[in-house]
Design a protein around this ligand. Structure first.
Ligand code: CMP
Length: 140
């Protein structure tokens, strides 16, 4: 399988509880290397742009408010099949449906405050990585 990169965000519910290290251990134990990482506070404009695909969804405004409610850790994960691997390690969007041992099963508070975001396709990964990182900030 090809080596891929994907964009991951450790969300405000997780940074608030100091779970960054535990989430990163899940990624590294699962075979993903963190090749870029920074802790930032998203502006409303950034969160709206990042989640633009969800603009018409009923949860959009609440999602933007949540994503700007505290720091997030944005990161690039690299590994074989990294996009699907990351999604497997995160578990289902709704923690009620997430498999045991996944980030969302162990840490998520709700379908919104679900601790982690991961790109869902190669196209999304490329766009989302470029949204947060310059090529020079990614160090394999
Ligand atoms: P994420 O993978 O970051 O993509 C969109 C986010 O919207 C999702 O995780 C959740 O944090 C949030 N969200 C809130 N309500 C819903 C919902 N009903 N369905 C899907 N995503 C939701």
């Amino acid at each position: 399988m090809a080596v891929e990169r994907t964009l991951s965000i450790i969300k405000p519910d997780a940074t608030r509880r100091d779970l960054t290290g535990k989430v990163n251990t899940k990624f590294e134990d699962g075979g993903l290397r963190i090749v870029a990482q920074k802790r930032v506070r998203l502006t409303t404009a950034q969160a709206e742009a990042f989640y633009g695909a969800h603009k018409e969804r009923p949860f959009f405004r609440s999602l933007v408010d949540f994503m700007t409610s505290g720091p997030v850790v944005v990161q690039v994960l690299e590994g074989e099949g990294a996009i699907q691997k990351n999604r497997d390690i995160m578990g289902a969007t709704n923690p009620a449906n997430a498999a045991p041992g996944t980030i969302r099963k162990e840490f998520a508070e709700s379908i919104e405050a679900n601790s982690a975001h991961g790109s869902d396709s190669p196209e999304a990964a490329a766009a989302e990585i470029a949204f947060f990182f310059a090529a020079t900030e990614i160090v394999p």
